[in-house]
Design a protein around this ligand. Structure first.
Ligand code: SAM
Length: 445
């Protein structure tokens, strides 16, 4: 008999599990409780559960976080969950496809934990949605097929090591928590499952590299994993022999023989990034200005910041056709406000440079886009909030791809003004103070 043909009771109705939606329901209450404990839900600002199904995990989450969001694709199950939890104001049910969900409204919680016994059919797509930078997710605990979990956690010396291990581990620490046999499910799947936990990799544990270049190279390298990389990879700057000498590996090396650190090193070589990460130079010269924003002399960056001298900077809001604003997360290498969210691009004026020229240059250098000109939106006076910068806020229209500078920017994302408003009022500490002044000026223009 087909194990998926038997119906299950939800509320007063019976439903037949859908194989296409990976509906293997957990029937072990102790295990369900243990899984939910791994996300540490007590008093968490928000927990998102993906694929709650008949509520095996949900039951052990209710009443623990301050808010619980349930994302269920099956309309029958979503309606039943809605009915069951409608009286609880802390729980919301979304009848959505989690591989397609919009996570941007979740940044305002500051700490977003995700848990789910994922459908085998869509596990990969859902992982990609939740884990691809930028994401507000701060911890995720998922049950998936054991074989996929082994690949997610694998180190270079393991058989399961491959492209998936690298694509995920460049941003996440992955821990295998438990192997789970088919018997704890109804209907029983054909293979073992496992539980894995993802926590964000600490910034600075790898040197900076361009994620898009890394992903492309890893995919090429593992496209035929037994083949020597020299016959697969694009020609690196200086040739293959120079690259392998730099990496300290044989010329015949295969993709599976390189550790994550070596893959990062290889990416940096393709980018032409040969020097160590240095952060920002203290010796760069700025124009220093008086209270009327008139130039009175030049001083090195370190001195300007240390002495709180007035100087000039531009901020640019890049806006797309849907009126969304692109925000960047500042690199951990920044000397001020590292890892906070900021305007699309911003920077100090070079000695003698105009605000307008600086705006076009910053957009090119930070985001890799050419705009012929930007439009001035507002003047913002020099205060402690702007870091004693007289700021001109500019805007530019752009909707196409960007290639941001990894030593300046961790990641970036388009946000609607409403999403930014909610986030700014819930968690102003997530933003550079200069951006907050710009956002105020933008709103009152
Ligand atoms: N959490 C329940 C449990 O542990 O018994 C159900 C787990 S079952 C393996 C997977 C659940 O994910 C099902 O309820 C299924 O309807 C739901 N699902 C499948 N695809 C989904 C998707 N793309 N987005 C959200 N939920 C999905």
């Amino acid at each position: 008999m087909n194990t998926h043909s038997r119906s299950r009771r939800i509320g007063s109705t019976h439903v037949t599990p859908k194989k296409s939606l990976g509906q293997n329901f957990l029937v072990d209450a102790e295990l369900s409780r243990w899984i939910t404990d791994q996300i540490q839900p007590d008093d968490a600002p928000v927990i998102v559960e993906i694929g709650p199904g008949l509520g095996a995990l949900t039951e052990h989450l209710v009443g623990r976080p301050r808010e619980l969001i349930l994302i269920e694709k099956d309309t029958r199950l979503a309606s039943s969950l809605l009915e069951r939890f409608s009286a609880d104001g802390a729980i919301s049910v979304r009848n959505e496809d989690a591989s397609d969900m919009d996570l941007r409204s979740l940044y305002r919680y500051g700490d977003v934990r995700v848990v789910g016994n994922l459908p085998y059919s869509m596990g990969g797509e859902i992982l990609k949605r939740v884990l691809t930078a930028p994401t507000p997710v701060t911890c995720a605990v998922f049950m998936l097929q054991k074989e996929v979990c082994n690949r997610l956690c694998a180190r270079q010396e393991d058989d399961a090591y491959g492209g998936l291990s690298l694509l995920v581990q460049k941003d996440w620490d992955v821990d295998l928590l438990m192997i789970v046999p088919p018997e704890v499910f109804n209907p029983k799947p054909k293979v073992d499952s496992a539980i894995v936990r993802f926590t964000p990799r600490k910034p600075g544990t790898l040197p900076v590299f361009d994620r898009a270049v890394f992903d492309r190279l890893v995919k090429v390298g593992f496209s035929q994993r037994r083949k020597q990389m020299k016959n697969l990879m694009p020609e690196p700057p200086g040739g293959w022999a120079a690259l392998v000498e730099h990496l300290g590996v044989p010329v015949s090396v295969r993709a599976e023989e390189l550790t994550l650190a070596k893959w990062v090193d290889l990416t940096r070589w393709y980018e032409g990034r040969k020097e160590q990460d240095r952060g920002q130079g203290a010796t760069e010269l700025f124009d220093v200005v008086n209270e009327q924003n008139e130039v009175t002399g030049q001083k090195p960056r370190g001195e300007v910041h240390a002495e709180g001298l007035r100087h000039r900077a531009v901020h640019v809001f890049v806006v797309n056709k849907r009126r969304q604003v692109y925000l960047q997360k500042r690199s951990h290498l920044k000397d001020v406000h590292p890892l906070t969210w900021d305007s699309s691009a911003s920077g100090h004026l070079d000695v003698g440079e105009s605000y307008a020229d600086c705006a076009v240059r910053e957009v090119r250098e930070e985001l890799g886009i050419e705009v012929p000109a930007t439009q001035k939106v507002a003047d913002i006076p020099a205060t402690e909030r702007t870091g004693m910068e007289f700021v001109e806020l500019h805007t530019a229209e752009h909707g196409g791809p960007m290639r941001y500078a990894p030593d300046e920017i961790e990641c970036g994302e388009w946000f609607s003004p409403e999403q930014i408003d909610e986030w700014v009022s819930a968690r102003p500490e997530d933003f550079a103070t200069g951006f907050l002044e710009c956002w105020k000026a933008w709103k009152s223009r």
